[in-house]
Ligand binder design. Structure first.
Ligand SMILES: NC(=O)c1ccc[n+]([C@@H]2O[C@H](COP(=O)([O-])OP(=O)(O)OC[C@H]3O[C@@H](n4cnc5c(N)ncnc54)[C@H](OP(=O)(O)O)[C@@H]3O)[C@@H](O)[C@H]2O)c1
Length: 232
């Protein structure tokens, strides 16, 4: 069991609320941080300003898109350089663009460089907000945890297991480069079988077209498509 079961979540979007539901289901107290806490009324979670959320929670999920990191997190360092001292920041983000390459620096590494006094841990980015909310979803429940800070990493692994996920130590923060891009590739090993299937299909269609219609001209051109579909 955690000594302190209060977990912070910065960002009240899809993933933020999905996390909040999951955490509260497993007995954690959730504190959410938002740019505009007043716009959320009558909700089951306490929602405060981003800075208050960071102050009050030792472990914080960063449920923001990486392009908002500067505005919503890093900019607060100007007024309070020790704001993130000793805090565990769990980076959930994925690469925003399909053009990203494996050797590009990851969002998690950028966050760690920008906030060196925090312990940045990459995790949960492979879990969708749907799977986060549903304990019966058929999706993968594997959580890969990467960080350069072993104590923080162990705490996040323990947290993920308490949230009923299968958590694995993925290695150093550099592994985030893979974790953030892997999610973007849909069935990467399927590429060659899909190409081969389409080539075979096209050859077979061309052969059928030639044998049944071009060579012996059994049908008129305006009924060609209909006959082909029936044949198939
Ligand atoms: N959705 C998923 O299934 C999923 C799965 C895995 C990982 N993730 C990752 O989780 C992170 C959040 O994703 P999401 O789907 O929850 O995104 P989202 O629904 O768009 O929510 C993002 C939140 O960011 C906050 N924010 C802070 N600064 C902002 C700004 N300048 N403009 C707009 N919003 C700003 C907003 O909350 P406030 O208004 O309260 O400040 C907003 O609700 C992303 O990094 C994403 O890659 C998402």
């Amino acid at each position: 069991m955690h000594e302190n079961r209060c977990i912070g979540i910065v960002g009240c979007g899809n993933m933020g609320f999905a996390l909040a539901h999951r955490l509260s289901l497993y007995g954690f107290t959730v504190l959410m941080g938002s740019r505009c806490p007043d716009k959320y009324n009558d909700l089951e979670f306490e929602i405060v300003s981003t800075v208050e959320c960071i102050h009050r929670s030792p472990m914080i999920f960063v449920a923001l898109h990486p392009e908002y990191y500067i505005d919503s997190l890093i900019s607060h360092l100007e007024h309070d350089p020790s704001l993130f001292e000793g805090e565990i920041l769990i980076d959930l983000s994925n690469k925003p663009s399909d053009k990203s390459h494996l050797n590009d620096i990851s969002n998690a590494e950028r966050l760690q460089t920008a906030i060196p006094n925090a312990f940045v841990v990459k995790a949960f980015n492979t879990i969708s907000s749907f799977a986060m909310q549903s304990t019966t979803a058929g999706e993968s429940s594997n959580v890969f945890v990467a960080s350069d800070h072993s104590i923080a990493k162990d705490k996040v692994i323990t947290l993920a297991r308490e949230m009923n996920f299968d958590a694995f130590n993925a290695g150093s923060i550099r592994v985030a480069r893979h974790l953030e891009t892997d999610i973007k590739s849909l069935f990467p090993q399927w590429r060659i079988p899909i190409i081969v299937t389409f080539v075979v299909l096209i050859v077979w269609l061309a052969y059928t077209l030639y044998m049944n219609y071009i060579r012996i001209r059994t049908t008129s051109w305006n009924q060609l498509f209909l006959h082909m579909v029936n044949e198939i």
